[in-house]
Design a binder for this molecule. Structure first.
Ligand code: AMP
Length: 417
């Protein structure tokens, strides 16, 4: 990522950090690779990620290691290892960084991509679901993606009380419609029947649209939880669309699942973020029953969505002030003055290539400097420098000793215009 993109990246991270902090989330950094087992156990053997997409290697010690394909498994593994949710404590954590999946690359789908996500551990109540969904929605809104461009899909996947029976129902449905469904969907009847809802094949979609809906077969507790999540989202005016076919790719989800999709700027990879509740995940790692939920969003797709919405990433000037010199006699003063400005928090730049004054002005322009200070033998002889405002072209003389304070004043005044 070259600076143009990396700057956008930092903007996306800054906005996330500020927003997530308001909801009490703290940063956590997990390793780029883990024992393969962390992912196979957490994400599930039958998922696309584990069965097809992981970068798995043997290290020199003969251990199987995997580049992380997502963040939740590692965060939950770390929370358990370090007792963050011991004795019923709640942990609110966020992470950011590259993830790796061996998928077929296309627009918005890379083999190394960047996710930022939050995890709320130890929180069983539906208020937590509504909060996590709200953070995701507000994040995209804060960045400037118009709500009208986005679609928030919501579903409940039930829990161990109601999902197994529904899985069987869908497996039978797939077998009853074997002829019309693709090979992959037929295979899913035995491995992961709910994933048949995710098939992109139009024929399969048509058939699966007729399948029984989990929404109608939730157990009482799941139905109650789901109704409460919707009630809280309604109260905040978060505009969700119920979609009973939203199943999401990971095995660990229970109850609430959600996804934000955007059409403009993205092709078939139109999900910019999503997540859900995973109340059984901690137990998969041998820990005590600890409810949790979270989301992950992808930076590459978020940037495509921002571009499509015509949102400019705020530019950070590479230099506010350029300190130029007429000739070498002023070098020491220019160097010292630049440093005083930098120490005072001003982005100041000077020439390191012995360029002519004219080229230094060009350089100042390219860097977006609002002010240029010129030091030459004439000015320095009277202990002064010249300050030029690049937009008004006005020039004035400043005393060298207090030039930094005057420049800071001038920058402040322009900033408040
Ligand atoms: P997931 O972990 O699959 O739920 O993905 C969460 C978010 O990560 C998606 O909504 C995308 O924005 C992003 N994402 C997932 N896979 C990729 C990929 N291969 N390339 C780019 N972004 C991705």
């Amino acid at each position: 990522m070259l600076p143009d993109v990396a700057r956008a990246w930092e903007h996306l991270q800054r906005v996330a950090q500020e927003l997530f902090a308001r909801y009490g989330y703290e940063p956590v950094y997990t390793p780029l690779f883990e024992h393969t087992d962390v992912f196979t156990r957490g994400i599930g053997e039958a998922t696309d990620i584990v069965s097809k997409e992981m970068y798995t290697f043997e290290d020199k010690g003969g251990r199987s290691i995997t580049l992380r394909p997502e963040g939740t498994a590692s965060v939950v593994r770390a929370a358990l290892e370090h007792n963050l949710t011991a004795n019923g404590a709640q942990a609110k954590l966020y992470y950011a960084g590259p993830m790796f999946r061996y998928e077929r690359p296309q627009k918005g789908r890379m083999r190394q991509f960047w996710q930022i996500g939050i995890e709320c551990l130890g929180a069983p109540e539906p208020t937590a679901d509504a909060e996590v969904i709200t953070v995701l929605w507000r994040y995209f809104e804060t960045l400037g993606i118009p709500a009208a461009n986005m679609r928030l899909l919501l579903n409940s996947m039930g829990d161990e009380a109601c999902r197994p029976a529904y899985r069987d129902t869908i497996a039978s449905f797939i077998r009853d419609h074997a002829d019309g469904l693709c090979e992959e969907c037929n295979r899913r009847a035995d491995t992961n029947p709910l994933r048949a809802f995710d098939c992109k094949n139009p024929g399969c979609r048509e058939i699966m649209a007729e399948a029984p809906l989990l929404r109608d077969e939730l157990c009482e507790e799941c139905a109650h939880h789901y109704a409460a999540v919707k009630e809280y989202l309604d109260a905040l005016g978060i505009p969700y669309i119920e979609d009973s076919t939203l199943v999401r790719g990971l095995d660990y989800y229970t109850r609430t699942v959600f996804e934000v999709q955007v059409d403009a700027g993205l092709g078939s990879q139109n999900a910019i973020g999503g997540g859900g509740r995973y109340d059984r995940l901690m137990q998969e790692y041998g820990g005590p029953a600890t409810p949790g939920l979270g989301f992950a969003l992808g930076f590459e797709r978020t940037l495509l969505a921002l571009e499509a919405a015509g949102v400019d990433i705020p530019a950070v000037p590479r230099a506010e002030v350029f300190v130029a010199r007429v000739d070498d006699s002023a070098t020491a003063e220019v160097f010292a003055l630049s440093q005083r400005l930098r120490d005072a928090g001003v982005a100041a730049e000077l020439d390191h290539q012995a360029r002519s004054l004219k080229s230094q002005f060009k350089q100042a322009d390219r860097l977006g400097a609002r002010l240029v200070i010129v030091a030459g033998p004439d000015e320095l002889a009277s202990g002064e420098v010249t300050l030029r405002d690049m937009s008004t072209k006005e020039e004035k003389r400043l005393a060298l000793g207090s030039a930094d304070a005057d420049v800071i004043d001038a920058l402040g005044q322009e900033g408040t215009d």
